[in-house]
Ligand binder design. Structure first.
Ligand code: ACG
Length: 482
């Protein structure tokens, strides 16, 4: 599986309003197929007043700017014809403040009033979020409500079992429309408020109980549904959720890859890799697959984070050669730029994909102006198609290799050699083996390898007798021995 995280608004516009839509994506499925993508994580597309779609006003409707249910069904159909699966992002931890549910709750209407969390005399309404220091209690009329992600998104109160049934209805609704699974937003936040002591507190056991029941329900409707969880935390917390979901985003890994490249430190890479992908170093079976990624829509884009195209291409090489499930954030295949001021302000990492060199034209989305990816800056699909050395063509070549060796997804890692600059590791299953050399240095390095053993390289290598020269920030893959 090769996943592509896709933000519809910035993808392809079919009706000239400058906003990407279902029909537009349908037109561009061939683009994704051509790169080798076989699975899409679609960021929220339900009715929402927010550009990001994470604050929902109606869980059963689509955002009309994106199209109607029939257009969505047709998109799913066309994707399935091409063997592309589409997984829906599902933010159920909270709703939009302007949703009917919350508006009715404000009027004390039942059952909605009990679907939210209200302050009482024990509440410290000045309590702050443990990251970013934002307020978590918000005043509306004469009441305070709990909204961990801000004043626009009151949290739902999952102590109330009625809501569990409502969520099941929502799950069924979207599965019946044809989605292949869900990306479960904010999975560690379902129970993050201790109502007894009126204090913020993660209750991981309760979260896990909730998700187990939801997952059983999903599987009873669609046996092979793909479930991906978002638990953004330290590895100790992520571990608590191991075995619950089929795929779990590996946040620690995303930092490790980027940091080791920044520091040119192959030793750090190896040491940390063993800690964040432990199941891939041991003989035992893997319970939750590692969802590998470099950045997502909540982060500064890869190219801006690493500040060099050589380094960001190297990171993509690592991403696509490790076991687990790789996720490419849209635009990463074009080295798009985007620097986030903070996690509450994600627009800067969600600029329109540029289809043509001039940055405007049919299909181009224009809902926001270019700040980081200006026309003629060589990030358009048109330009990159033409250039064999472009990131787009590199990614295509890399995915081709990955797909020809799809066994890598469920394989094991074995470190063979490692120093400050180089890692030599083998990737194996019972019947296959390859050896990967990662050069974390900016300059070339020589290794003892015969040309006839080479299977893949990211940048031209030079072979003389038994020696091969690998350029800086590049990889070389050779045949392994079982
Ligand atoms: C998801 C979506 C995001 C969305 C929401 C809300 C949730 O991807 O786009 O916001 O529907 C937290 C949550 C995540 C959440 C992000 C944005 N992402 O856990 O579910 O915020 C720390 C915290 C994390 C926190 C992270 C944010 O522990 O919980 O994520 O900071 O930066 C090390 C540590 C790790 C630490 C990191 C970073 O890795 O191990 O613990 O994480 O460093 O310091 C959207 C919009 C928002 C809007 C909301 C309603 O984007 O603007 O408010 O919807």
């Amino acid at each position: 599986m090769i996943f592509y995280e896709l933000y519809l608004r910035s993808f392809y516009d079919s009706n000239g309003d400058g906003i990407g839509d279902f029909k537009g994506l349908e037109k561009k499925l061939d683009y994704l197929q051509n790169i080798g993508i076989d699975s899409i994580w679609l960021l929220p597309i339900m009715k929402s007043p927010a550009f990001h779609g994470y604050t929902i006003t109606d869980f059963y409707k689509t955002n009309s700017l994106y199209g109607n249910i029939d257009e969505l069904k047709q998109l799913l159909n066309e994707a399935h014809k091409r063997n592309i699966k589409i997984v829906l992002d599902l933010p159920i931890n909270h709703v939009s403040v302007s949703s009917e549910w919350f508006q009715k709750a404000l009027n004390d209407e039942k059952p909605y009033k009990n679907w939210f969390i209200w302050s009482n005399n024990k509440t410290n309404t000045d309590e702050r979020r443990h990251w970013g220091n934002d307020k978590i209690w918000h005043k509306i009329n004469d009441k305070y409500f709990y909204g961990l992600f801000g004043p626009g998104s009151p949290d739902l109160n999952f102590e109330n079992k009625e809501l569990w049934d409502e969520i099941k209805k929502i799950l069924k609704h979207w599965l019946n429309i044809g989605f292949d699974g869900f990306r479960l937003d904010a999975a560690k936040h379902i129970f993050d408020y201790d109502k007894k002591n009126m204090k913020f507190k993660y209750q991981h056991d309760k979260n896990i109980n909730f998700w187990i029941e939801m997952l059983e329900y999903i599987k009873s409707i669609k046996k092979d549904a793909i479930i991906i969880s978002e638990v953004w935390d330290e590895k100790e917390i992520v571990k608590k959720y191991d075995g619950i979901f089929e795929i779990g985003f590996n946040f620690p890994l995303s930092y490790i890859i980027k940091d080791s490249i920044k520091l040119n430190d192959a030793e750090k890479f190896v040491k940390d890799l063993k800690e964040v992908m432990p199941a891939y170093f041991k003989k035992k079976s893997i319970k939750t697959k590692s969802g590998n990624f470099l950045t997502n829509h909540d982060m500064t884009r890869l190219r801006s984070e690493l500040k060099s195209i050589k380094k960001s291409n190297f990171a993509l090489n690592i991403l696509l050669t490790l076991p687990g499930i790789p996720f490419i954030y849209y635009g990463e295949e074009l080295s798009m730029r985007g620097k986030l001021k903070n996690v509450n302000f994600t627009e800067d990492g969600e600029e329109p994909i540029q289809w043509s060199e001039i940055g405007f034209g049919p299909g181009q989305t224009e809902w926001k102006g270019y700040k980081f990816n200006t026309p003629y800056s060589k990030i358009s699909v048109e330009e990159q198609h033409k250039n064999p050395k472009s990131t787009l063509n590199r990614v295509k070549k890399l995915i081709k290799f990955r797909k020809e060796n799809s066994w890598i997804e469920n394989s094991k890692i074995n470190i063979l050699e490692n120093d400050k600059n180089m890692v030599k590791l083998s990737i194996n299953n019972e019947i296959n083996s390859i050896i990967i050399h990662y050069n974390f240095k900016s300059s070339k390095t020589k290794i003892n390898i015969n040309e006839d053993k080479i299977l893949y390289y990211s940048d031209n290598v030079k072979c003389t007798e038994n020696k091969t020269e690998i350029p800086g920030y590049s990889i070389l893959i050779t045949k392994g021995d079982l």
